[in-house]
Design a protein around this ligand. Structure first.
Ligand SMILES: C[S@@+](CC[C@H](N)C(=O)[O-])C[C@H]1O[C@@H](n2cnc3c(N)ncnc32)[C@H](O)[C@@H]1O
Length: 289
């Protein structure tokens, strides 16, 4: 069976006059070049279902016409890329990372703050914010008064993503109460404000955050290093060279003793292994220079 007829079999109900293998190929190439996301042939239907509403709204009659549009129109290309991102996330995901952070890293960061130093953390690929809010609540801790003292010190947390719709949700800091269930109850009590079926993150915690639309493959305008970087379940969509380049850049953004947390199915390979030591399940520490 030719590539094209195999594609048609995999796309029941979709007219090849509207969307075909060449369109999928062109969209895959754009996604890979722009944001590193690899779309294997098995994702053809997913690409169709995510982009079909945009194709319709753009007034294009076919995906081929839409491909031409996104090649030329940066704003439309950004919309298409956002629609192709997978933003699945939840509070306290891979809870062992937050437990490790609370046990091994937080005491050192508190000492650093109490000595008049600063703390910088980054959730790279933060999606709709559940990861970074979990991290901030864990840093501030279960004792609200002690956490308020900490929050007055020099703490800045960066949360970045390529998907603008996800950042908007993260920044709103408002979630369904049931979504917060995985967060340990003392942290929830200290750092969320219930409002009916929903809850918002406490304003003192929100004040520590900076949100940024940032393509991890592009330039990073942030000066300085981060004590902790979370980049979890982002690199699973990238190919090995892209992952290795990215992890090497993260390593450069960590001071000696700084930590990188990655997703449960990911691991560090390549040049960054020279500077990052694996100190726990999907947890890496920057070695002393
Ligand atoms: C599955 S979510 C992971 C969210 C969170 N880190 C977690 O583990 O629950 C992956 C996120 O990575 C973002 N992403 C993918 N490629 C990116 C890139 N090149 N630059 C920045 N963010 C990207 C997506 O928009 C998406 O929100």
């Amino acid at each position: 069976m030719s590539v094209h007829s195999a594609f048609e079999v995999a796309m029941p109900g979709v007219s090849p006059g509207v969307y075909d293998a060449a369109d999928f190929q062109a969209i895959s190439e754009i996604a890979h070049r722009e944001v590193g996301i690899v779309l294997p042939p098995g994702k053809a239907m997913l690409v169709y279902s995510r982009l079909a509403p945009l194709v319709r709204d753009s007034g294009c009659q076919t995906f081929a016409a839409y491909v031409m549009r996104i090649r030329e129109d940066t704003a439309e290309r950004t919309r298409a890329i956002c629609a192709l991102t997978t933003n699945h996330t939840f509070f306290y995901r891979e809870s062992h990372h937050f437990e490790h952070f609370a046990r091994e890293i937080r005491p050192r960061l508190i000492e650093q703050l109490e000595r008049g130093g600063r703390v910088r953390m980054w959730s790279a690929g933060c999606s709709s914010g559940e990861e970074v809010w979990s991290l901030v609540m864990t840093l501030l801790g279960p004792d609200r008064n002690a956490g308020l003292q900490l929050a007055r010190r020099d703490i800045r947390v960066l949360a970045s993503d390529i998907a603008t719709h996800a950042i908007t949700k993260a920044q709103a800091a408002r979630y369904r109460q049931e979504d917060l269930n995985p967060v340990p109850e003392p942290l929830r009590r200290a750092w969320t404000v219930p409002d009916g079926a929903e809850a918002t993150i406490a304003p003192e915690a929100q004040a520590l955050l900076r949100f940024r639309h940032l393509n991890l493959l592009g330039d990073w305008p942030m000066a300085g290093t981060f004590d902790v970087i979370f980049c979890r379940n982002v690199m699973i969509y990238f190919d090995t060279p892209t992952k290795e380049r990215l992890v090497a850049r993260f390593a450069e953004k960590l001071p000696p003793g700084g930590h990188l947390y990655i997703g449960h199915s990911e691991r560090v390979t390549g040049p960054a292994l020279g500077t990052l030591a694996n100190t726990g399940p999907t947890i890496y520490e920057r070695r002393a220079a």
